[in-house]
Design a protein around this ligand. Structure first.
Ligand code: ZN
Length: 308
C-alpha cells in the first residue's frame, strides 16, 4: 500500500470555508498525521491532468460550462459572492481537482504494473459526468482514468474493471459514465434516502446495497460484507471510492459510522480484493467533517498493519 499525495490537492478556501460544510485542507492534515509513521511511502503525480486529457473526456457543452462561473458555483454548492471569480475558482478548486484526477490515473497505472494497492488521498469525484457537474464533483477521475488506460493500451475493452463505491452517496456520475459498458462492474453501498435519487443511474449498479438513513456501523459492515461476497470473476483493476461522509459527524451522509468503523470498512474491502487478487486504487471521495481526517488515518494505518 502506497499513499498518493500532493500539496496541490488541497482546497485552500480561506474565508469561504465558513460558508460551506467543508474541510478543504483535509488532505494535508491526513498527510501530516501519516508522515509521523515512518513506514508509509508517499508518491505523487508530477503534474495535474492536462487540458488535452480533460477535453477528450468532457462533452462540448461541459467544456463551456466549466468556464462559466455560475455553473461551477452551482456544482460546488458555493454561494454567489462577488469575490468568487472564475479565476479564483480555477485556482482554488478546479486546479486542485485536476491534481486529484492525476492522482487517480497515477495510482491506477502503478497498481496495474505492480499488482499492489495505491491510495489516492484525493479523487473519487463520483457525481461528475461527461456532460454535467454536480455535488462538488467536476471531473470524474475514474472515468477519465479508464479512458486514458484504454487509450494507452494499459487495459483493453475486454478487461473487466470493478468499482466499489462506499461513499454515503450513490455514485450517479460514475454509473452515467459507464452506463453502456458491461465490463465495468459497479458495486455501490449508499444511503438510499439522500441525493442523488435518480433511478436511471441507481438501476445501472450491478451490486447495489441500499441503506436506511441512520444505519450504524455494525449494520453497515454486515451489509458491506454481503455485497463484497457477491463480487465474482476476474478483474484487472478495482477502483474504490472511500468517502468518509458515512461518519455520524457528517452533515450530509445521514449514516452513523465511527472512525473505527471506517477503518474496518476499508479493511473488509481491501481484504476481499486481496482474496480475489485484484489490485486497487483507493480514492478519497466525499466527507469533509472534523473526524474525517481521523477516520482515513486510522483506515490507512490498519490496512498497512495487515499488509493490505
Ligand atoms: Zn458523498
Amino acid at each position: 500500500m502506497k499513499i498518493i499525495y500532493n500539496e496541490n490537492f488541497n482546497f485552500d478556501l480561506g474565508l469561504l470555508k465558513h460558508l460551506h460544510p467543508f474541510e478543504g485542507m483535509r488532505f494535508r492534515k491526513i498527510y501530516d498525521r501519516l508522515s509521523q509513521d515512518n513506514g508509509i511511502e508517499f508518491l505523487s503525480p508530477e503534474e495535474p491532468v492536462s487540458d488535452e486529457i480533460i477535453s477528450e473526456f468532457l462533452s462540448e457543452v461541459m467544456l463551456q460550462l466549466v468556464k462559466n462561473r455560475n455553473g461551477v458555483l452551482k456544482a460546488l454548492e458555493f454561494p454567489r459572492l462577488p469575490f468568487i471569480t472564475q479565476a479564483y475558482l480555477e485556482r482554488k478548486v478546479l486546479s486542485p481537482m485536476r491534481w486529484g484526477v492525476a492522482g487517480t490515473l497515477f495510482g491506477a497505472e502503478n497498481a496495474l504494473q505492480s499488482g499492489q494497492n495505491y491510495w489516492n488521498l484525493s479523487g473519487g469525484y463520483h457525481h461528475a459526468m461527461r456532460n454535467q457537474m454536480e455535488g462538488f464533483c467536476v471531473y470524474n477521475d475514474i472515468g477519465i482514468t479508464y479512458q486514458q488506460l484504454l487509450k494507452s493500451g494499459q487495459v483493453t475493452g475486454d478487461d473487466r474493471i470493478l468499482i466499489i463505491d462506499t461513499d454515503a452517496h450513490h455514485g450517479n456520475g460514475t454509473a452515467h459514465v459507464f452506463m453502456d459498458n458491461p465490463n465495468v462492474v459497479l458495486m455501490d453501498v449508499y444511503n438510499a434516502s439522500i441525493y442523488p435519487t435518480s433511478e436511471y443511474t441507481r438501476d445501472r449498479v450491478d451490486i447495489p446495497m441500499k441503506l436506511k438513513p441512520g444505519t450504524d456501523g455494525e449494520t453497515y459492515l454486515e451489509c458491506l460484507k454481503i455485497a463484497l461476497g457477491e463480487i465474482q470473476g476476474d478483474f484487472r483493476l478495482a477502483f474504490v471510492v472511500a468517502g468518509t461522509d458515512v461518519l455520524s459527524s457528517d452533515k450530509l451522509g445521514g449514516l452513523k459510522l465511527t472512525p473505527d468503523d471506517v477503518a474496518k470498512r476499508e479493511r473488509l474491502t481491501l481484504s476481499r480484493l486481496k482474496e480475489l487478487a485484484i489490485p486497487a486504487v483507493i480514492t478519497g471521495g466525499g466527507g469533509y467533517s472534523s473526524d474525517g481526517v481521523d477516520a482515513t488515518v486510522k483506515a490507512v494505518l490498519k490496512a498497512k498493519s495487515e499488509g493490505l
